[in-house]
Design a protein around this ligand. Structure first.
Ligand code: C5P
Length: 235
């Protein structure tokens, strides 16, 4: 298995806070995740700035629109040097295939399907017409994402091993909800340690508050990376 990469979720409101965190963590993490909040505030200029500074960029925009619009949006993110980009698998096969075409033959950005948001329970799923239990829907949408040209999915560590078994080791699994032993859960309900994530086969571990809110973010990131390396050595 190749080395799993550490993604820091830059859940901050503006460029100043984002730059401060990125400068501190340079060399101590691999990828920065920019989500809707920071992208809405600062736009593509900040993405380009971090990409040009050598960071891998995970642009978590969760695209869901008509195929032509998504295809063009993917092309623009490719211009920015984005490594990972999310889109909703429920956008359907035509939208997902168009997204893959948006790369124009390049391999980046790697496209990650979002299957069932963790904020959705059975009642919420039924309200939008999604059949089956959440885990059945996740399995079905992972298959759809793979068949439609996505490179992987965002999933919890608890689902990672089953997804790898069903979809093959090359199908990327990106896992949030990571908490080093002893750290606060915050609002995450289903958490796993960095070692659990690596052992389950995760390719990218997304960590926000346990690093950004630590009294020493560099030490927190280094400890997570050490735990990841040790777990990889156990394989
Ligand atoms: O601070 P924390 O480590 O909980 O941050 C996790 C990041 O992963 C946040 O940006 C959050 O939005 C994202 N995420 C998540 N759970 C999901 C999908 C994404 O926590 N199911």
């Amino acid at each position: 298995m190749s080395r799993a990469r550490l993604v820091v979720a830059l859940d901050v409101p503006d460029a100043e806070s984002a730059r401060a965190a990125a400068a501190r963590l340079h060399g101590h993490a691999d990828v920065l995740k920019i989500g809707l909040e920071l992208f809405a505030a600062e736009g593509p200029a900040l993405v380009r700035e971090f990409s040009e500074a050598g960071w891998g960029i995970f642009l978590d925009l969760k695209l869901h629109d008509i195929p032509a619009t998504v295809q063009r949006a993917v092309a623009r993110t490719a211009d920015l040097g984005v490594e990972l980009l999310t889109l909703h698998a429920t956008g359907g096969p035509a939208m997902l295939s168009a997204a893959a075409d948006g790369r124009g033959g390049a391999t980046l950005p790697r496209l990650l399907g979002v299957t069932v948001l963790t904020s959705m329970d059975q009642a919420q799923m039924e309200a939008v017409g999604l059949d089956g239990t959440p885990s059945e829907a996740v399995a079905r949408l992972c298959g759809l994402a793979q068949q439609s040209g996505c490179d992987g999915v965002v999933a919890s560590v608890l689902e990672a091993a089953a997804i790898k078994a069903a979809r093959g080791t090359d199908f990327l699994v990106v896992t949030p909800g990571i908490r080093p032993a002893g750290s606060a859960r915050d609002d995450q309900s289903r958490v796993a340690t960095p070692a659990d994530a690596v052992r389950a086969g995760a390719d990218y571990l997304v960590v926000g508050r346990p690093i950004l809110r630590a009294s020493d973010p560099v030490a927190a990131a280094d400890a997570i990376r050490r735990e990841m390396e040790t777990a990889l050595g156990d394989e």
